[in-house]
Design a protein around this ligand. Structure first.
Ligand SMILES: Cc1cc2nc3c(=O)[nH]c(=O)nc-3n(C[C@H](O)[C@H](O)[C@H](O)COP(=O)(O)OP(=O)(O)OC[C@H]3O[C@@H](n4cnc5c(N)ncnc54)[C@H](O)[C@@H]3O)c2cc1C
Length: 389
């Protein structure tokens, strides 16, 4: 029986294991964390609207339901010529097929240690909560929220979570009747941050900044961060008690220590079938770890990670059973985003030929909450999967 190894227990890894086990394959999942962190619902941790523990899906629970081998260890390198993966513990694992799904890394900016990111180590969300709670207790303060760009990696820009954190701060401070004692600023180096939401989306964001009197510092490159300061390239300075910054995504460091083809931004290069280019035909990659090719509005997202996993598994399975049919992920690329504001949401959907944006007051927030529960329960087989979700 072929042995399929999946590296990384995030969105792409969990989806791959789920689908491979349904097809009856022998699977080993290697993850450096013993839980899958459900990033899309982590945005409520800083404002105390969800507990850290509820944002986790323990991999042991998943293992009990789906019956795969689980190795909690850190991958240090992949040697595709040997069909082998090396781990921090000194052990190594051989595979017949490999799915690389260990996500991306953050592009470092000078002084980034003076900021907090909701997109990095899960525990940082608790640090943000502590800082935010302190400011609330003090009763006044300045908060800056922003994200960065990476010209080499347009799909690696992650604006959504920055907007979500910003608007959740607004909602929470208003609920606590403290909003007039706080100054909120949104910053980003690009001229039109949020442009992926389309023209209507940009207009909606603009109206929201005006309605909530959020200051904007956009269109100037960020030079560095200092304690309590964002320093821009024109040497202007934004002072803040709490700086939330979402750095752009770049290639995972393990890739540089492996014999795989990489793009200019350090991501692993895959073809439309999610197969790593130029390798023996048994190495696949899905999710944030891979260079994404597609329309200019496409971004690395959880559901794209799942779409890629779906097609990687389909193609591996057909290769194993000797079926020549292969399917590509690119025709299925789309953006589906429910951008939460703490008391509602903005729904964005983009396909190759269609664009839709819809304000969803109140119920949008509850839809996103319900999605989090659905995601967890359906992965654990407690409720059926809905088609396309
Ligand atoms: C705050 C936030 C909000 C988001 N909101 C949305 C949203 O609303 N909708 C949406 O579609 N997308 C959203 N995203 C994007 C989405 O979460 C990512 O695109 C998705 O998590 C990518 O899945 P992945 O499996 O490729 O990577 P990840 O989910 O990052 O998983 C990678 C896994 O690999 C493991 N790993 C890393 N290095 C190693 C190693 N060396 N060895 C072993 N294991 C390793 C990690 O522990 C992790 O479990 C959001 C992201 C963030 C940060």
């Amino acid at each position: 029986m072929n042995h399929i190894v999946v590296l990384g227990g995030g969105f792409a890894g969990v989806e791959s294991v789920f689908r491979l086990r349904k097809l009856g394959h022998k699977v080993t999942l290697v993850s450096d964390r013993d839980y899958c962190y459900i990033y899309p619902i982590s945005i409520w941790i800083p404002v105390g609207k969800i507990d850290f523990e509820n944002v986790k899906l323990p991999l042991q629970e998943l293992q009990k339901v789906h019956g795969f081998d689980l190795v909690i260890d850190k991958v240090t390198s992949i040697k595709s010529k040997e069909n082998r993966v090396y781990l921090e513990s000194g052990k190594s694992i051989d595979y017949d097929y490999l799915i690389i799904a260990f996500g991306g890394a953050k592009l470092p900016l000078p002084g980034v240690e003076h900021t907090f990111s909701i997109c990095g180590a899960p525990e940082t969300s608790l640090d943000i909560k502590r800082q935010f709670d302190k400011l609330v207790e003090r009763g006044h303060g300045k908060i800056a929220v922003g994200f960065g760009g990476n010209p080499k990696s347009p799909t690696g820009v992650r604006g959504g979570p920055a907007f979500e954190i910003l608007f959740n701060f607004v909602t929470t401070l208003k609920e606590k009747k403290l909003y007039d004692k706080f100054e909120l600023t949104f910053f980003a180096p690009m001229k039109e941050p949020g442009a992926r939401m389309g023209g209507e989306g940009l207009k909606m964001l603009q109206k929201a900044y005006e309605r909530h009197e959020i200051k904007e510092r956009i269109g100037t490159k960020i030079k560095r961060f200092e304690k309590g300061k964002v320093v821009f390239e024109d040497n202007t300075v934004l002072e803040s008690d709490l700086i939330i910054f979402v750095p752009p995504i770049t290639g995972h460091p393990v890739l540089r220590n492996s014999d795989l083809p990489l793009s200019v931004d350090g991501n692993v290069l895959v073809d439309g079938y999610c197969r790593v280019n130029g390798q023996q035909k048994n190495v696949f990659a899905a999710g944030d770890v891979a260079r994404l090719e597609g329309p200019n509005w496409i971004a690395k997202q959880g559901h794209i990670a799942e779409i890629m996993s779906h097609y990687a598994v389909y193609n591996i399975n057909n290769a194993i059973i000797g079926n020549p049919k292969r399917k590509g992920y690119q025709n299925h690329l789309n953006i589906v985003c429910v951008m939460d504001t703490g008391n509602g949401a903005i729904f964005t959907s983009r396909k190759w030929n269609k664009e839709k944006i819809l304000p969803m007051p109140v119920f949008g927030h509850w839809i996103k909450k319900a999605w989090g529960t659905y995601w967890k329960k359906s992965k654990l087989g407690k409720i059926p999967r809905l088609p396309g979700m």
